[in-house]
Design a protein around this ligand. Structure first.
Ligand code: ADP
Ligand code: MG
Length: 366
């Protein structure tokens, strides 16, 4: 099911009595979510992710704009008539019901022509349980399950009616690191198997990047960029997106453009291609950690603070006067040669991993 958001806007009245300005939680969001894809809705806390999801689910009514599921305008439809499955961070299972009863619950409330026989209901509950691999736990109560298992039950319950759209709001945030990894792979597999259009909300860029067909990066209610994870990582539209994606994060420096060269501090660190005469003189320079190469005669010198071995790669930690991050982090191959701590380390830069941004708007300069 294709989902279309058309100029979707949600304003909340301000809670602050002195400031009468509304909080614009979602600001003019337009996007067509392709059928059968998994979309990661990504951004820092408070940027409007849950509000967006609640608008799509119908738990909230927008102050502006329309929502379509396929050809259906669902903007004024209550949640129970939209055909959605919802999963939240806190599994929200009924503690006094067994796993089976929890999964059956949405089916038992079907009315009229949608009513199912007992046997049909059991069959659907069993299928949903198998899909999330909890079919062996059907007679337990939620209190007798781990967090990961409880979240699987919640997913099974959301899937049992075969929703048109599956909406997940930070579903992994209550799980420990290992379960989080495992469960996100599960969600990806389940989404592929069912082909249900899925919107997955998270503040964790790595999580979103690893499982999404497309990511939507939001900041303060406004969509910053939409695209395939790798595309957005390789071509961030602005400094915010560049900084939000990637671990370790991108290194940012104050830079100057003079005579076709990029300067950081006193050093010309990169030749800029010709035809860029209109570049502003002062820029922010973003360098991905994997954009450094250790070269004795490299143009870019930093003060070495230490080296962290990570197996195949090493992380070279250094400082630079023009760096906006407290430490400059370079990820280089372990074969880069020995590096004594202290003193200078010299780099050359991979041009494809270096981005320039305007200082005023923080937009990327191509
Ligand atoms: P996220 O899920 O990305 O953390 P939310 O969508 O929950 O962000 O919130 C976005 C903004 O809207 C925040 O500034 C939040 O304080 C505000 N907000 C959310 N819900 C309400 C509400 N019911 N009333 C007033 N403001 C709200
Ligand atoms: Mg939220």
């Amino acid at each position: 099911m294709k989902v279309i958001l058309q100029n979707l806007t949600m304003k909340f009245p301000s809670r602050d009595r002195k400031k009468h300005q509304d909080v614009v939680a979602v600001n003019d969001f337009s996007f067509e979510i392709p059928d059968g894809k998994l979309i990661g809705l990504l951004g820092p806390s408070g940027c409007g992710k849950s509000t967006t999801l609640n608008l799509i689910s119908g738990l909230l009514k927008p102050t502006g704009g329309r929502i379509f599921f396929g050809e259906d305008d669902v903007t004024d439809l209550p949640p129970e008539h939209r055909g959605i499955g919802l999963v939240f961070q806190n599994y929200a299972l009924y503690p006094h019901l067994t796993v089976r009863q929890n999964i059956l619950f949405p089916l038992e409330n079907l009315k009229g022509k949608d009513r199912l026989t007992k046997a049909q209901m059991q069959e659907k509950a069993d299928a949903a349980a198998r899909l999330v691999q909890i079919d062996a736990l059907m007679d337990r109560r939620p209190g007798e399950l781990s967090g990961g298992q409880q979240q699987r039950v919640a997913i099974a319950r959301a899937l049992v009616k075969m929703p048109r759209v599956l909406l997940l709001d930070e579903p992994l945030s209550n799980l420990d690191a290992r379960l989080r990894l495992q469960t996100r792979e599960e969600i990806r597999r389940i989404q592929r198997e069912t082909g249900i259009t899925t919107i997955f909300v998270t503040h964790d860029q790595e999580e979103a990047m690893s499982i999404s067909d497309m990511i939507v990066v939001m900041k303060e209610g406004i969509v910053q960029q939409i695209g395939r994870p790798q595309e957005v990582y390789d071509n961030p539209r602005n400094l915010f997106v560049a900084k939000f994606l990637g671990t370790p994060p991108i290194n940012v420096f104050e830079g100057q453009v003079r005579e076709g060269k990029l300067y950081v501090g006193q050093e010309a660190v990169l030749d800029l291609a010709l035809g860029k005469e209109n570049l502003p003189k002062e820029v922010y320079v973003g360098v991905r950690p994997e954009g450094f190469l250790i070269r004795e005669d490299g143009p870019f010198g930093c003060e070495l603070s230490g080296v962290e071995v990570m197996g195949r790669d090493i992380s070279v930690v250094s400082t630079h006067k023009a760096s906006l991050n407290p430490a400059v982090r370079a990820i280089v191959s372990a074969e880069s040669g020995p590096l004594a701590a202290g003193g200078q380390v010299r780099f050359s830069l991979k041009p494809g991993k270096v981005f320039l941004f305007r200082k005023d708007t923080e937009e990327r300069i191509l």
